[in-house]
Design a protein around this ligand. Structure first.
Ligand SMILES: [Cu+2]
Length: 147
């Protein structure tokens, strides 16, 4: 193969790749995403956001990951008999046209083991994994408390 056909082959490949990505597909949208700084230095913190599904099909969030944390999981806080407990949520389905609220006292992303100290005002990217194999990178703003 000479250099010229090689180039043509590559650009055809790139264009077909772009075409697929473009035709794809509605993704959920995360809004007002923020990470709550713990009042004292702790190896874990929580992330919150409103995740909207503007698509015609249901989506389900089945996990999350971040280059900034050793481990990210989806949690829910529930109160039972006056005791607040957290449990891991395996999947968070969002119906078409609906939204999921991750907020203090309810659903949240549990962020374990920051690789570097994190300060208020910084941004961290947390990538949500969807049940259909796609992923949604979301920028979270680090804050001391509710906006
Ligand atoms: Cu938690």
């Amino acid at each position: 193969m000479n250099r010229r056909t090689g180039m043509i082959g590559l650009s055809a490949l790139l264009m077909s790749g772009l075409g697929t990505a473009h035709a794809a597909e509605c993704l959920p949208v995360a809004k007002a995403a923020w990470v709550r700084m713990p009042p004292v230095a702790m190896p874990m913190m929580a992330g919150f956001a409103r995740i909207e599904n503007p698509c015609k099909t249901p989506v389900s969030i089945v996990g999350a990951e971040s280059l900034a944390f050793e481990d990210v999981s989806l949690h829910e806080t529930r109160e039972a008999n006056g005791v607040s407990r957290m449990r891991e949520v395996a999947a968070l389905p969002i119906a078409p046209g609906k939204a999921a609220e991750l907020k203090p006292g309810g659903l949240h992303l549990m962020l374990h083991g920051p690789y570097a100290p994190i300060a208020a005002g910084e941004k961290v990217v947390i990538t949500l994994r969807l049940a259909d194999g796609r992923s949604l990178p979301v920028q979270f703003e680090v804050r001391k408390s509710l906006p």
